[in-house]
Write a protein that binds this ligand. Structure first.
Ligand SMILES: Nc1ncnc2c1ncn2[C@@H]1O[C@H](COP(=O)(O)OP(=O)(O)OP(=O)(O)O)[C@@H](O)[C@H]1O
Ligand SMILES: [Mg+2]
Length: 405
């Protein structure tokens, strides 16, 4: 369990909608959570509930529809839909009230109020678009200043003979700083170890690609790092010149892990890194991630579709259902006091190595239409006990409260 409470990633009201002809598919709909430095955050839910889309939104593969994503306190992703909606609602309200009002003074006040809303929302939209596009530019400027502050005094103090080598290093670092991106500190290990590795690239090229994009040119440095990474993930140097098809599924996933670790990331999003693998290999890859986590103080967002995989590995777990986060708690709390019927259904699916228990184990099937009546009272996220969040309406909240007692 992490011993500090520094929030590394904050996802705030994230929405990612996809156009489907004339309608929209709400792949991720108003999801909020944060991940603290050093922790493993598990994200579970059945196929198609939006786990991968959440991960891909965080690493900025999409321009998100709405909401904010903060990494190390800096807004790296921002959508504008909610601001546009506010403008539209304000316009509708203004036009409705305008037709009913006859007092010119009140009319003028209404108009002014409406204009103020529009101007405020326009400001928010501009800021969101700026952060979405320019957050890296600003981060690069900051890194350039840091590199200068680190190297210029060193060059000043160095003897004539040392100067040129330090200057060379300085120029190298400066070039990298100008290319750096905040989002490269978040690396994703992809769901499918076969499709995510380019078959025409050697393992060396695959693992070092990120470093080269980042501006590293020194071949020796690159080779040394590639070998280091290969050994770290339990492969050997000789593997560097081979191609992905020459490896087994578990080995390919290790290559995927090496490719992300070489970037020295602070956050790894591991998208079902083991679901395509044999059970025996699953444990190996999970142990590898666990070791790396301890060694590098990594923070991990671990995506899986069932709870058994994340149970022992995660500090906290978020449960998603159809684009929504329905429950979020520490692993211990979630297994001790599951509240949402969908969480209960996921728990009922976990087999235990106990024949007596298995004979009696009943799978609970979750049927949202049977379980909830949201026709009048609408659901939202509630913190029922500290750190335990549940998506429900007021009536259900009362019911869950009694259940907890
Ligand atoms: N680029 C896209 N364009 C349109 N729809 C998409 C896109 N990516 C995902 N979707 C849809 O969004 C929904 C969520 O998909 P996502 O891949 O996030 O699910 P998942 O929870 O990762 O599922 P799985 O466990 O099967 O990997 C699905 O209905 C999917 O079809
Ligand atoms: Mg997925």
């Amino acid at each position: 369990m992490p011993n500090n409470e520094e929030v590394l990633l904050k996802v705030d009201h994230l929405c990612q909608y996809f156009k489907m002809g004339s309608s929209e598919l709400k792949a991720v709909d108003d999801v909020s959570f944060d991940i603290k430095k050093g922790e493993v955050f598990g994200l579970v839910g059945e196929s198609g509930c939006g786990k991968t889309t959440t991960g891909r939104s965080i690493i900025k593969i999409y321009d998100i529809t709405s909401g904010d994503i903060f990494f190390k306190g800096i807004r790296i992703g921002a959508g504008v839909r909610s601001y546009k909606n506010k403008k539209r609602e304000a316009k509708k309200e203004y036009l409705e009230n305008k037709s009913k009002e006859t007092d010119p003074a009140k009319l003028a006040a209404m108009k002014q109020e409406y204009k103020a809303v529009v101007s405020e929302q326009n400001k928010q939209i501009k800021a969101a678009k700026h952060d979405q596009k320019k957050c890296d530019k600003e981060y690069q400027k900051k890194r350039v200043v840091e590199v200068k502050e680190q190297y210029l005094p060193m060059i000043e103090k160095a003897s004539e003979s040392e100067k040129s080598s330090i200057r060379k290093e300085y120029n190298n670092e400066l070039r990298k700083a100008k290319k750096t991106k905040l989002v490269t500190q978040i690396q994703m290990i992809f769901q499918d170890p076969i499709a995510s590795l380019d078959p025409r690239m050697t393992v060396r090229e695959i693992i070092s690609e990120g470093l080269i994009i980042q501006g590293e040119r020194n071949k020796e440095v690159i080779n040394k790092k590639v070998y280091e990474m290969l050994e770290l993930v339990g492969l050997v140097r000789e593997h560097a010149s081979r191609y992905p098809h020459e490896f087994s599924g578990g080995q390919r996933q290790r290559i995927g892990v090496a490719r992300s670790i070489i970037m020295n990331p602070e956050l790894i999003i591991a998208d079902e890194p083991v679901s395509a693998l044999d059970v025996s290999i699953q444990a190996q890859v999970i142990n590898l991630l666990n070791d790396l986590r301890k060694q590098f103080g990594l923070t991990i967002m671990f995506i899986a579709h069932d709870l058994s995989v994340v149970k022992y590995f995660s500090d906290r777990i978020g449960v998603m259902y159809f684009g929504k986060m329905v429950e979020l708690a520490t692993s211990e709390e979630l297994f001790k006091n599951p509240l949402h019927p969908y969480t209960k259904s996921l728990l009922s699916a976990i087999p235990l190595p106990d024949p007596d228990y298995e004979k009696q184990r009943k799978r609970i099937v979750y049927n949202p239409l049977e379980s909830h009546d949201y026709s009048v009272s609408k659901p939202s996220m509630h913190e029922i006990t500290p750190g335990h969040l549940i998506y429900c309406n007021d009536e259900e909240l009362e019911k869950y409260r009694t259940e907890l007692k």
